[in-house]
Design a protein around this ligand. Structure first.
Ligand code: PMP
Length: 402
């Protein structure tokens, strides 16, 4: 059997339905972001789709901390956390993250994906009879973790309290339950009714698991996320976050009670059997978290850039999905047009965006997802808006009515 033919057939299927993903080879240069050199077009472009929302990936404090710890500790961690891979930077970072969220403990993972996969997988598998109630728009990492646990799963309609309550009601009060949801949903940019979900969870005896991946660093007086902004951190059993988006580096974590973190540390095989993050990464993240606990300037600049972008989109009547978060989805509604738009933006105008197509979003809701940050200038915004305006006319795309 020629196995490569089997692989190729599957890939051909992706090409046929337009969902094959191409890499853009981007050379980021510290000090120049959001400009980056795009190898495909051989020039500097402006990046509008980065999850380094605040530019912390090039912040001098972060870079200095990484350099210092690299010189002190060398490149890698040298082992799994339980054997020889626990460095003082891991410990300091876990303490910082626990304190950021007002929790007893925190536990680091190599990515946000792993923190969801391992934590939900471990809790749901190890708590006998556990049922997971999962928002229908939850991220793949949560879905896969729940699937891996083989626990019973009930999917509730997105941010729908009535549907969640109906599903909770069907379960006996003494059945262990987890309500798993996100604060900021990354493709729509909408925000969950966290307080009301916690009220329901209390009423029906459920734990709450909140993915704040798109919110940590971004919301709350110290960047603790939407739960911190709304004073709700104590109501959540687990807060999960990434260190790769607003914090600008890489890694993931949970913050929760000491017993829960110890439970995942002790039973989660994806945690136990994997080499831990390099100390320099933990040191860089620590600098980033500390900086964003004390400085509001990046969040403020980011909010101003979003407000300005939306004002300028409105002025040329380009439709976007309004929402309370920093994510601005510009609606196109067609996969081919979406790709044509991003191709032309890149090749003719030097603006880099990825089209967001099926299966990431439902067919007919294809879109551009814009995440301007504090380092985009008004000139960058004007140049993007003028390019969009030209392409909207050329492709005969519908304008929004005021
Ligand atoms: N949760 C959500 C909601 C995400 O969007 C992502 C990343 N796109 C993750 C978890 C995974 O985080 P990381 O990139 O750190 O693996």
């Amino acid at each position: 059997m020629n196995y490569d033919t089997l692989f190729q057939n599957a890939l051909d299927g992706l090409h046929a339905d337009g969902s094959y993903r191409y890499f853009a080879e981007l050379e980021r240069h510290a000090g120049k972001f959001p400009k980056a050199f795009h190898h495909g077009v051989g020039r500097d472009v402006t990046v509008w789709c980065s999850n380094d929302y605040l530019g912390m990936g090039q912040h001098p404090d972060v870079l200095a901390a990484i350099h210092k710890s690299l010189d002190e500790s060398g490149a890698g961690a040298g082992g799994t956390r339980n054997i020889s891979g626990t460095n003082h930077y891991h410990v300091a970072l876990e303490k910082e993250l626990a304190s950021l969220h007002g929790k007893e403990s925190a536990l680091l993972f190599n990515s946000g994906y792993l923190s969801n996969w391992v934590t939900l997988g471990t809790l749901a598998a190890r708590l006998k009879g556990c049922v997971v109630l999962s928002d229908e728009l939850n991220h793949a990492s949560m879905i896969e973790g729940i699937r891996h646990s083989r626990a019973e799963k009930r999917i509730f309609k997105h941010n729908d309290l009535e549907d969640l309550e109906a599903k909770l009601k069907e379960l006996p009060l003494d059945t262990p339950k987890i309500v798993a949801f996100e604060s900021v949903y990354s493709m729509n940019g909408d925000i969950a009714p966290i307080e009301e979900i916690c009220d329901l969870a209390d009423r029906y005896n459920a734990m709450t698991y909140l993915d704040e991946v798109h919110a940590v660093g971004m919301y709350g007086p110290q960047g603790g996320g939407v739960a911190q902004e709304r004073g709700l951190e104590h109501r959540l059993t687990v807060i999960e976050g990434t260190l790769g988006k607003a914090y600008g580096v890489v890694g993931g974590y949970i913050a929760a009670s000491a017993a829960l973190c110890d439970f995942v540390r002790s039973f989660g095989s994806g945690f136990i059997f994997s080499t831990s993050l390099p100390p320099m990464i933990a040191a860089g993240v620590l600098a980033s978290v500390r900086h964003l606990r004390n400085s509001d300037a990046e969040r403020k600049g980011q909010r101003e850039a979003v407000a300005l972008l939306r004002k300028k989109l409105e002025a040329v009547k380009i439709p976007y999905m309004p929402g309370q978060s920093h994510i601005t989805p510009v609606m196109v509604g067609d996969a081919t047009l979406c790709r044509e738009l991003t191709d032309s933006l890149l090749k003719r105008f030097g603006h880099y965006l990825q089209p967001i197509n099926y299966p990431t979003v439902p067919r007919g809701t294809e879109r551009l997802r814009l995440t301007p940050g504090p380092l985009h200038t008004e000139e960058d915004l004007d140049s993007l808006i003028s390019a969009l305006d030209t392409l909207w006319t050329e492709l005969n795309l519908p304008r929004s009515v005021a």
